[in-house]
Design a protein around this ligand. Structure first.
Ligand code: AMP
Ligand code: MG
Length: 403
């Protein structure tokens, strides 16, 4: 059986092979958060466009400044002022943060290190050439590529595009991810379930996870545990960029997803992973499309999506698969889990200064959404270790939707 890391690598390898370059559209920078760039963005001029002061103070010739030196202040330059005149010999000029440093000046002395007596400015210490000045073109040269295709647009990338005047960006269209739940016991969420039925919460959590991962959910509803109904709905799902099914992948008599996919010509890359919850997770490529069969228990569905579907959505967006957001935390109380599988336990992580502390939450197993509603992370207990003492460092997979 594959470890979750091996299974994840299989997904990445196969989706990278099967994917076609995404189509793109022009999107305003105001609306492009989280999209993947499909063009190069180049600078329109030097950055900064002039030698920029990073402090409020005095622009000087550094050679002239020594402890106790005095210079006549001949004016002031504020941010946005046009600066054409060079600094006259033997003088200084008051300058503000973000303003252009005049020719001739090669340093800015912070106002805190000076004393003003009328027109005369006294300096407390020597000045270094270049201090508190960002030279023209030192952040980026004119015409330089600053953003490349495949870049995920976060707030900094959007600011960079805005800075160079790229008000609209060619972005990859979000991959369309079909979501199909299965099971005779599953009813629509706005229906009153019978005593032995359950509402289709998986399609809701999956749609949310698809959105967070950068995809466009296409919710196809629920298929009954019957070959024909499953076949029809899977066929429909394969029209999208990828298909995510829940339920019907365990060993039960009515777990038909794998056999239906097989009959449709799917190539399977795994149908079990050494994890708990989520062990029966399936990954196949069918008619050129990635297909995920996630176990139906809600927490299994959520965990296996994060591990296996999220990186596929990255790739289908024209980007790289982002690493799992794992971090190290101190275990608050001792743990005892069966070895062999890697466990993903609902847990709560807190920061009190120093290393974060993580506490496993009481839960009733992979059907327990109530426990997950109190969790902000999964505690990752690696397969080889049975007992972990309080205070030991453990791995934590953040729920990036709430942390
Ligand atoms: P399965 O993987 O089909 O054996 O399903 C396991 C269990 O997951 C079922 O008994 C249900 O309790 C639950 N389940 C399956 N599908 C859904 C769904 N769409 N929404 C919520 N729970 C589900
Ligand atoms: Mg089922």
């Amino acid at each position: 059986m594959l470890t979750y890391g091996q299974a994840r690598n299989k997904v990445i390898e196969q989706v990278a092979k099967a994917r076609r370059p995404p189509t793109s559209a022009s999107v305003s920078v105001w609306d492009a958060l989280g999209l993947v760039l499909a063009q190069e963005v180049k600078t329109d001029r030097e950055y900064p466009p002039f030698d920029r002061s990073t402090r409020d103070g005095y622009a000087v010739r550094s050679k002239k400044i020594s402890p106790g030196a005095g210079l006549k202040c001949v004016g002031e330059i504020k941010a946005g002022d046009t600066v054409r005149e060079a600094l006259a010999a033997g003088s200084c000029v008051q300058i503000m943060t973000g303003a252009a440093v005049p020719a001739g000046a090669d340093a800015v002395v912070m106002i805190e290190h000076t004393q003003r007596e009328g027109d005369l400015v006294r300096f407390a210490q020597a000045a270094q050439r270049g201090q508190n000045i960002v030279p023209r073109g030192s952040e980026a040269r004119a015409g330089q590529t600053i953003l490349t295709p495949g870049t995920r647009l976060g707030f900094a990338e959007l600011a960079l595009a805005a800075q160079v005047g790229a008000a609209a960006l060619q972005c990859a269209k979000r991959p369309r991810i079909a979501i199909l739940s299965t099971g005779d016991e599953v009813v629509l969420i706005d229906k009153q379930p019978g005593e032995f039925q359950i509402r289709n919460s998986n399609s809701v959590s999956l749609a949310a996870q698809v959105r967070i991962a950068g995809g466009e959910p296409v919710v196809l509803g629920n298929a009954a545990d019957r070959v024909e109904d499953l076949g029809e709905k899977i066929e429909r799902g394969l029209k999208e960029d990828a298909l995510v099914l829940t339920g019907g992948v365990s060993m039960g008599k009515y777990d038909l997803v794998e056999s239906v996919l097989k009959a449709m010509g799917a190539e399977f890359f795994f149908d079990a992973v050494a994890i708990r919850p989520g062990k029966p997770a399936v990954f196949a490529v069918c008619q050129g499309k990635p297909v995920f069969g996630l176990p139906g228990n809600p927490v299994s569905t959520m965990v296996t999506f994060e591990l296996f579907v999220a990186p596929a959505i990255d790739l289908l967006s024209g980007s790289e698969a982002r690493p799992l957001p794992l971090l190290e935390a101190r275990l608050a109380e001792a743990l005892n889990e069966r070895p062999g599988l890697t466990h993903f336990l609902p847990a709560h992580i807190e920061w009190h200064g120093g290393a974060p502390e993580v506490k496993p939450l009481k839960w009733q197993g992979s059907g327990d959404i109530t426990a997950l509603g109190k969790a902000n992370c999964f505690l990752v207990v690696l397969g080889e270790k049975e007992k972990i003492g309080a205070g030991e460092m453990v791995s934590v997979l953040l729920r990036k939707d709430v942390v």
